[in-house]
Design a binder for this molecule. Structure first.
Ligand code: ADP
Ligand code: MG
Length: 326
């Protein structure tokens, strides 16, 4: 039988990495200690994944380890903060070595890719639930806040949208024209292993290029709506300019529009920047090898106006994903 302490030691405690300077004391004591860079602000965010709600029962633990950390790093990206470290609170139905090995591998592969360390957490028996808290830092005044969009700003999206939602529709057998196996697999990569846009977010913040930003987790329209509300502005969104994922791009117009606009689980950045910063946005995106697309404009008039490629109004009758109504 694997005890709680053996489990932590075997799967989550690693030799302290000399280069990871902010971690003054990692796993093993009552608290972790971090030594923040003088003058910097700390950015903190938590995200919880619950079996049966955010992922299917029996989900591959390696992918789960990746995704649990990725969705948290995506929040740091959307704030423009550099990641420092993270904690992990884990409820497990049983201490299964195969599951723990896969999960910790997926988790640490992504942590190593961003050069951050797991500094503490909690482990308990219970229905499979994964809660990660990430810590990052940024210079005061540089955060990409939701309340900072200005009328006249361009609206930009990183990467592509909709393939994660398309994969989910495939799993749920919701599609009128089912995907072939290769397309389902390709779309599923976007659903299971999102890549947080940390480098882009940090660059946009540190160079003072963007005004507001949010990461798209619940669908673009809903998430952009948070920026509009907090910034007390409206927007016009060209739905046909939205960059569809490679698989979604092969689907019909109605599905493409719906899943780009309100799919969810994309973990791309939606950000606003002044028109005068267009060249700077493109240069920043290029420097971190992340494609960006201009998809609309922030308006002084409230409300969100969806238009097609010709500027004609579109009524998509969409709402983004809400955990308490769906
Ligand atoms: P406490 O009783 O003070 O809550 P624990 O016995 O739960 O402490 O944890 C012992 C140490 O292991 C602490 O440093 C804690 O941060 C760390 N820890 C516990 N669970 C995890 C986990 N899932 N991942 C990383 N560190 C963990
Ligand atoms: Mg504890």
């Amino acid at each position: 039988m694997l005890s709680e302490f053996d489990l932590i030691k075997e799967y989550f405690q690693r030799p302290q990495h000399a280069a990871r300077a902010p971690v003054a004391l990692g796993i093993g004591d009552d608290c972790a200690l971090i030594a923040p860079t003088p003058g910097m602000q700390t950015a903190i965010s938590s995200d919880m994944l619950v079996e049966g709600r955010h992922f299917f029962a029996g989900e591959d633990p390696l992918r789960l380890g990746h995704k649990a950390l990725a969705v948290n790093l995506s929040d740091l990206a959307a704030m423009g903060a550099r990641p420092l470290g993270f904690t992990l609170a884990l409820a497990l139905p049983e201490a299964n070595r195969g599951w723990l090995r896969g999960f910790s591998q997926g988790l640490f592969a992504l942590a190593d890719a961003f050069d951050i360390e797991l500094i503490g957490g909690d482990t308990t028996k219970g229905p499979l639930t994964i809660c990660i808290t990430v810590f990052g830092e940024l210079r005061p005044g540089q955060a990409l806040r939701r309340d900072a969009a200005k009328p006249g700003d361009d609206i930009w999206i990183s990467g592509t949208l909709g393939d994660a939602r398309l994969a989910l529709a495939g799993y749920r057998l919701e599609l009128a024209r089912p995907l072939d196996a290769a397309s389902q697999r390709a779309a599923a990569v976007r659903m299971h292993t999102p890549v947080p846009r940390v480098a882009l977010g940090v660059r946009l913040a540190e160079q003072g290029i963007a005004h507001a930003a949010i990461d798209i987790s619940d669908g673009l329209i809903g998430d952009l709506g948070h920026i509009l509300k907090r910034s007390r502005v409206g927007a016009t969104l060209d739905v046909d300019a939205l960059p569809a994922g490679a698989v979604l791009a092969t689907q019909d117009t109605a599905l493409r529009r719906a899943y780009c606009a309100a799919g969810g689980d994309d973990y791309e950045l939606c950000f606003t920047a002044p028109v005068a910063a267009r060249a700077a946005v493109l240069a920043a995106a290029d420097s971190v090898a992340t494609p960006v697309t201009r998809v609309g404009t922030i308006d002084a008039e409230g409300g969100l106006r969806l238009v097609d490629a010709h500027g004609a109004p579109l009524d998509l009758q969409l709402s983004s994903f809400d955990h308490f109504t769906s």
